[in-house]
Write a protein that binds this ligand. Structure first.
Ligand code: ADP
Length: 542
């Protein structure tokens, strides 16, 4: 027997429609790419998103066609998201920090028909445009006054383009499993892989993100996503904030500590989300002038492990932290370190211990750890295993890749190595390809990096496994010092000594001027391995 409830497909544009109806005057504030602060609200965003839909429809963009955006977090970009999805086209967010050749590869693989972009990225696109045969036109997120001369095909300023639509248009309806958006994973090895979200997965993911124990914001709160709309589905914030009526503040092109601080302060932001690199810049800026953020209540931090010293700095400022783990393939929320009973009562180091875990999954994400043969491992907080996940917002395949990516039980292997404790708190030990295999035992490169960045002179730390004739691999600690600070190999090792097992201690420390990063701000270990490929430990007999 079937239930007698309404057939109400979970479509993304229902979210902006709800925001316009119920939270219509709630603000969306942007530091515009052109410079000034721009203010709009959910009703206007919905109205203009409908014009995007109408205009795309008039240009012949159909269900399933791909429309790319290469753009900063702005109100126009948000309108474009809903406008593209609202006719069943696929909003393909492209990361502008990738190399131009990778951008071209991704646009060609997706066969994007339209590219919508910011003034900032016109020069990059002009360089690769003749290698993009599928692209019929470019829309630049600006107005006539700021529109430059460009060689981009059929280029038009966004404001002129939507002015040609009167907004008398209805969202299209279709099956909730229709593709809504796509995002390619960075692909530090091999070609990038296209993750294809559906309307249903995005709506369910927004509901998962809405709990107080997830992103933690409500209708009375203000969220500033530093995480870009082009990175991993904006961590779901582009759906979750309007679905709750949370005020949004978009930082545009300026993500440095001073600019982010200014917006957090002037817009009385209560919640913000981004990667550790961004928080490092913010904390440095605040420390230099003893600044405070009295309205800020929560910093959501994910994408890479949040160092303990960073958690402590925010707590000392009176700001709660929510360490989160996830990945593009998971829409992306996997786990969040909220404090459930009895952990909320903890203080001091014991509190930091819990906050530093990657947390537990919201309803809608199931996880397990297994050994290499696929056998389930215990949730004892000690045993490491391959972390595998399943859920309605987890990928089952990549776009145009004919390969099964799930195990027999339907779980996706995240490529991360983790422990899970009896309370469901997960701790990432490493990426499976980065873990250091020393004499048959595993050493977590992330644990060593987190410890090393706690040294006051260290700006950033990376650990790689280097060949050792006796142990196979041993850890090499690579350090970038803070500007104007000094520390020796011995200082760093002494600082770490006693805080980890003796056999985890790095065999050597190398100092570098800069640590390379991926386009999403993660340490680029492949480049470091390359840089240190002929390095040999002084203590290793040849
Ligand atoms: P990209 O590789 O494009 O940056 P993802 O955002 O999908 O894309 O990267 C996901 C990976 O980032 C995870 O599999 C994990 O290795 C790492 N990661 C994400 N959050 C954390 C975290 N809180 N701690 C440690 N690693 C994390």
């Amino acid at each position: 027997m079937r239930g007698l409830m309404q057939d109400w497909p979970l479509l993304c544009h229902r979210i902006i429609e709800h925001a316009a109806e119920v939270h219509g005057t709630q603000e969306v504030v942007t530091r515009s790419v052109e410079g000034p602060i721009h203010r709009t609200n959910y009703r206007q965003i919905r109205d203009r998103a409908l014009k995007v839909s109408q205009r795309l429809d008039r240009d012949g963009i159909k269900l399933g066609d791909r429309v790319a955006t290469i753009a900063w977090n702005t109100w126009r970009h948000l309108e474009a998201w809903y406008g593209i999805m609202g006719i069943g086209a696929i909003c393909h967010t492209v990361n502008p920090r990738l190399f131009p050749d990778q951008i071209a590869w991704i646009i060609n693989h997706a066969e994007d028909r339209v590219v919508m972009t910011d003034l900032t990225f016109i020069p990059i696109l002009e360089k690769i445009a003749d290698k993009l045969p599928s692209v019929e036109r470019y829309i630049v997120f600006t107005d006539k006054a700021h529109m430059p001369q460009t060689t981009l095909k059929n280029a038009m300023a966004y404001e002129d383009w939507i002015a040609e639509a009167d907004g008398d248009f209805k969202w299209k309806t279709f099956d909730e499993n229709t593709a809504a958006a796509m995002c390619y994973t960075s692909g530090t090895t091999g070609d990038p892989k296209g993750v294809l979200y559906s309307h249903r997965s995005n709506v369910l993911h927004a509901l998962m993100a809405n709990s107080g124990d997830s992103l933690g914001a409500n209708a009375a709160d203000t969220m500033l996503p530093v995480v870009p709309l082009f990175h991993a589905n904006s961590w779901g914030i582009a759906f979750s904030a309007p679905s709750m009526g949370t005020k949004l503040v978009f930082p545009g092109a300026k993500l440095d500590g001073a600019s982010v601080y200014e917006l957090l302060d002037t817009e009385k932001v209560t919640h913000t989300a981004g990667v550790p690199t961004v928080w490092l810049m913010l904390l440095n800026h605040m420390a230099a002038s003893s600044l405070k953020l009295p309205h800020l209540r929560m910093v959501v931090c994910g994408g890479s492990a949040m160092p303990r010293s960073m958690i402590k700095s925010f707590l000392d400022l009176g700001v709660a932290v929510r360490h989160a783990w996830g990945m593009t393939e998971m829409s992306p929320i996997g786990t969040l370190a909220a404090l459930k009973p009895p952990f909320a009562e903890l203080k001091g180091e014991a509190l930091l211990d819990i906050l530093q875990t990657q947390g537990y999954p919201p309803f809608g994400v199931q996880m397990k750890i297994t050994d290499d043969s696929g056998k389930d491992l215990p949730w004892d907080g000690k045993t490491f295993g391959r972390l595998k996940v399943s859920g309605p917002a987890v990928s089952k395949a990549y776009f145009r890749v004919d390969a099964d990516i799930l195990d027999e039980a339907g779980y996706f292997d995240t490529g991360d190595v983790a422990t899970i404790d009896a309370d469901g708190y997960m701790r990432i030990t490493d990426r499976s390809k980065d873990v250091i295999k020393s004499g048959g035992e595993w050493i977590s490169s992330i644990d060593l990096e987190n410890l090393a960045v706690g040294h006051p002179a260290v700006a950033e730390a990376a650990v790689i496994g280097v060949y050792h004739p006796k142990w196979d691999e041993r850890p090499l600690l690579i350090i970038q010092l803070k500007q104007g600070q000094s520390a020796t190999r011995e200082d760093i090792l002494k600082f770490m000594d006693g805080k980890i097992a003796k056999w985890w201690m790095p065999d050597d420390v190398a100092f570098v001027d800069g640590i390379p990063h991926t386009a999403t701000g993660k340490i680029l270990k492949t480049a470091l391995r390359d840089q240190f490929k002929s390095y040999r430990f002084p203590n290793a007999a040849a």
